[in-house]
Design a protein around this ligand. Structure first.
Ligand SMILES: Cc1ncc(COP(=O)(O)O)c(C=O)c1O
Length: 371
């Protein structure tokens, strides 16, 4: 079976894990954590980067930092993963779901402003497939109404909006290093903070509500419980694994973009003839080679494609189900129809995508689709 995903091993992971283990310090915030964080801050210009155990955890930290309270409203797309909404729901927020764009599963930026009320506290755009949302539009709405912007950049490492790295534009952002992502540590994530006012508190929340980070830097002579928080930081074993991936990020990105282009070139004509949409990249967005998806004409066409590929031992998978229709949230949603989100739930299919795919593998997927 050609799998949908296969985590890539650069070959150095065990070497760095060995170093971490034998250094005598394998809890969090050690040498490898610092190395990874410095890399992200320097390469992408984030004011502060903190490794977390997942993107979900980084979003949990965002919800705490944003001081989300019961009754606050948070605006986000319905076509996203549960983790985008969960941390805000845990803080007691009401989620106000926005439909997707008609050309792309990302949030329809033009529908955000009309959903803002006196209770709105934050907007959470999701850079679906690593393709940027229109951040100028979103940031200007946020400025007008004094809202926070938290980028869900789970899939968006090494991707840009008008030359600016994703994750560096909103006040806060969250990345994922889950094994399906371009660089991974099995499970893992990153919180980025782009406003000075959040930095000190973010370290405290990260370290179980204590000022231990300040203590380790010698800034205070004892540490204690000063705020809420949790154990959001990963162990050095995870950071060591991630460092091996980071060292190879350019090579990984080059190969993934190549794979993306093989799919795009091989499928353009076929897609046009069959009423299927291929990914659309707005002029302000870059492609980070995270995923290759098709948007079919109908649910039955999509099921047919998934079945036929499966018969040829190729695993293609659908993606999110609209959150406003989920079992957990449908009775809390305000009843607005979100037709594009539902359309992507029914018609989007993702093709096998991982570093080790060879041209022959991609070609076999393409040939099967053409057939
Ligand atoms: C848009 C989005 N946000 C958040 C997450 C959660 O990431 P993690 O598994 O690292 O918690 C995912 C998972 O892939 C996602 O697709």
């Amino acid at each position: 079976m050609l799998p949908f995903n296969k985590p890539y091993l650069t070959g150095k992971e065990m070497h760095y894990i060995y170093q971490a283990v034998y250094s005598g310090k394998i809890s969090g915030n050690g040498i490898f954590t610092q190395r990874c964080q410095n890399f992200f801050e320097q390469r992408y210009g984030f004011k502060k980067a903190l490794l977390t155990t997942s993107c979900t955890d980084a979003l949990e930290m965002c919800a705490i930092l944003a001081d989300i309270m019961p009754g606050d409203e948070v605006i986000m797309p319905s076509y996203t993963f549960v983790s985008t909404a969960l941390p805000f729901v845990r803080q007691g927020a009401k989620i106000v779901f926005v439909d997707s764009r008609s050309d792309h599963p990302g949030i329809n930026e033009d529908e955000i402003e009309m959903l803002i009320t006196s209770k709105t506290k934050a907007i959470v755009p999701v850079h679906y497939a690593g393709i940027a949302c229109d951040m100028d539009k979103i940031m200007s709405i946020a400025r007008k109404y004094n809202l926070l912007v938290i980028e869900d950049a789970a899939q968006a490492i090494d991707s840009y909006y008008n030359g600016k790295p994703l994750g560096s534009i909103g006040h806060l952002a969250a990345f994922s290093f889950h094994e399906t992502k371009n660089i991974n540590s099995g499970e893992g994530g990153l919180l980025t903070i782009n406003e000075d006012r959040f930095i000190k508190r973010s370290e405290i929340i990260w370290e179980k509500g204590t000022n231990r980070s300040e203590f380790f830097r010698g800034e205070v002579n004892k540490y204690g419980w000063v705020d809420v928080g949790s154990s959001f930081l990963p162990s050095e074993v995870i950071a060591a694994y991630l460092w091996a991936q980071i060292e190879n990020i350019d090579e990984i990105q080059k190969k993934r973009k190549k794979i993306w282009n093989w799919y795009y070139e091989g499928l353009t004509e076929w897609a046009e003839c069959n009423g299927i949409m291929l990914p659309v990249l707005p002029q302000y967005a870059t492609n980070n080679g995270h995923m290759f998806y098709l948007i079919c004409k109908s649910l039955s066409q999509r099921n047919d494609i998934i079945d036929k590929l499966k018969n040829e031992n190729i695993l293609a998978v659908f993606h999110y189900l609209s959150l406003h229709k989920s079992k957990f949230y449908n009775n809390k949603h305000d009843g607005r129809a979100l037709v594009e989100s539902d359309r992507y739930s029914d018609t989007l299919v993702r093709l096998p995508f991982f570093y080790e795919l060879q041209y022959e593998d991609v070609n076999s997927v393409i040939s099967c689709l053409l057939k």
